[in-house]
Every structure is written in structure tokens, then in C-alpha cells.
Design a protein around this ligand. Sequence first.
Ligand code: DOR
Ligand code: ZN
Length: 356
Amino acid sequence: MDKLVDSIIITKPDDWHVHFRDGEMLDAVIFDTVKQFSRAIIMPNLSEPITTTNMAKNYRHRILDSLARLKKNNQISKESSFTPLMTLYLTDNTKPEEVLNAHSSGFVFAFKLYPAASTTNSTAGVSNLFENCREVLEKLQYIGMPLLIHAELPDKNIDIFDRERFFIDKIMTPLRRDFPDIKLVFEHVSTKEGVDFVMEDTGPIAATVTPQHLIYNRNSLFSGGLNPHLYCLPILKAEEHRKAILKAVFSGSARFFLGTDSAPHIRSLKENRCGCAGCYNAYNAMALYASIFDENNSLDKLEAFASFNGPDFYGLPRNRDFFVLHRKENIIPDMLEIGKIQLIPLGAGSTINWCI
Ligand code: DOR
Ligand code: ZN
């Protein structure tokens, strides 16, 4: 693609990994996702995790109600459509029948594996996958429902920068050995080892890639001082890892697709004695992706990454409407204030070259 194009038109994208939260926060953030994406995979790690199909049904209604309020307030057009794709939170006690319930519901599209104590609201996560979840894994494999994986081993004795690498050896490799056909999504891949695993795996697998893991490395966390708004999990890694992720994404491999992992926490909980993990990147997600693709002369790879590879992997139709991005100076605000909620968007205060 000509480097000097001043706009691009792509098939409308989807976000295959987003945290919408609930209540006031849901109302504050949903617009940013809806303005860019047709569908999104909704993470289930609410303070009370979404562990059953029935809970997902109620959560989905709260999301649709929030959407209806946007329409009523004319914040989005009455015709615009957005589909939340729900997920269930896997626990040590998830019943195998729940996989069947989820599948037959028509609105649950995946299970999410949070290793216990790995990240935000993960205390109810899985303590021992192979001891406690074998039957569920068998059902997922049988039905063809994806297992979305937070691929970090949360062991105090493992350096935080090595948690993804250790998880691959301890969990991913035996998981694939025992379940050769289970559909896996390696969420927010952050290391060279993660990229290699996804590239070389012999079963159905894909990885989501966030804007922050494409744009920043671990130096960015400390450049000019401590930057709490770049703190997410998995934590940003060294430059060689960022380079490996860029290379994989720009290789055009269909195994890599867009998942923002937009994870809002109010400003006071980020700028805190013990700040929460998560970047709020939904505000400018597509512009951020376009900028990094453009900087790497790979704008021609953006459409498959953002709009084709995800639905193809999930076995869903590609979107039929279109989406326009413009090459234009885009100054990212220092802060967003939505009612009482203050959020710091990813890249706050910086300028990028693309906007929607
Ligand atoms: O940084 C993160 N924030 N990583 C996660 O895995 C969870 C997320 C959140 O929910 O805040
Ligand atoms: Zn996430």
C-alpha cells in the first residue's frame, strides 16, 4: 500500500478481547468500543465472575441495556448494531454440563482460563487445570468451543517477566499434548516464546495482540518516571519480544488477530499505592493499531488482522459494513472524564498520525 495514502477503508473490525466491567463503568466505556467495532468478546472477570450461562445471559442484558441508553441519548445512531460475544469464567468447580449450556445458548462463544491469582479478579480462577478441569476441557474440545487463556504462571518464585514463558512449558505444552484438537486462544501474547508457540503449534490456535504490546516495551514503563497507565498483565516485555510480536503480526499469519484487552480502572486506582493492572486503550484502539502498522509499512496487513482472522477462527461470518481511518494528527487527551469517572487513555498526551 502507498505509504502516503491519506485514508484507508477496511471491513468493519471486531475486538476479540475487551473488559466492559459493569454498572457505571460499563456505561462510561461501551461507546468507545461500539464506535469502532461490530462485535467484541466480553471478558467475564467481573468482581463477581461470570461463571454460568445464566449469569452471562443477565450480563449480556445489562450490556444491551447500556447500548440502548446510548441510542436513546443519541450518542450512537439508532441503526448501529453491536453484538457482545459472551464468555464464561472457568473455575475449579465448573461443571462439564456448563459447556453444553453455554454452547446451546447461542450467546456464549468461549471459556476463559484465568490461573488463580494471575490478574484482576482472578482469585476464583483455576488452581490446577489438569486435576480439576479435565472433563470440561474434553467437552470444549468435543464441541469446538475456544478456550481463551491468560497465559501466565502466577508463582511468587517466578520473575514477573518470565511468567508467560513458564506457563508455556508447564501448561500450554501438556495441554496441547493431552487435547490435540482443543481450540485455544493465547490471549495478549507478550513474548517471543508465546509467538513461537502459536506459530509452531500443531492444533487449532490463535493469539490476540494488544496495542500496548505492539507499541511499547518495558523501558516505556519507566521512561521519564514510573508510568502506571502502561502497567498491564502480562507486563510489557523487552524490545526483542515486541519485535517478535510485530514480526508475527506483519507476517500475515492468520493466527494473530486484534484483541485490545482494554481494561479500564479509574484513575485513582491506577495512580495508587498499589495500582491496578490494565490499560484503557478502547478510546483510540483502531487509530493506535493503524499508526503502528503504518510505521512498519504494513497497513496492507491491517484488515486481515482486525477484521478477517478473528471471525475466521471463531467460525463466525466476517462483517459486511466498512470502516474508515484517516491519516491525520490525533492528539490523545491527557484524561477522559465521563460523569464522575476519570480514565487515562493509552498514549495520553502523545500524538499519533491516524484517527477514525
Ligand atoms: O492488565 C490486565 N488487566 N490484564 C488482565 O489480564 C486483566 C485486566 C483487568 O481486568 O483489569
Ligand atoms: Zn484481559
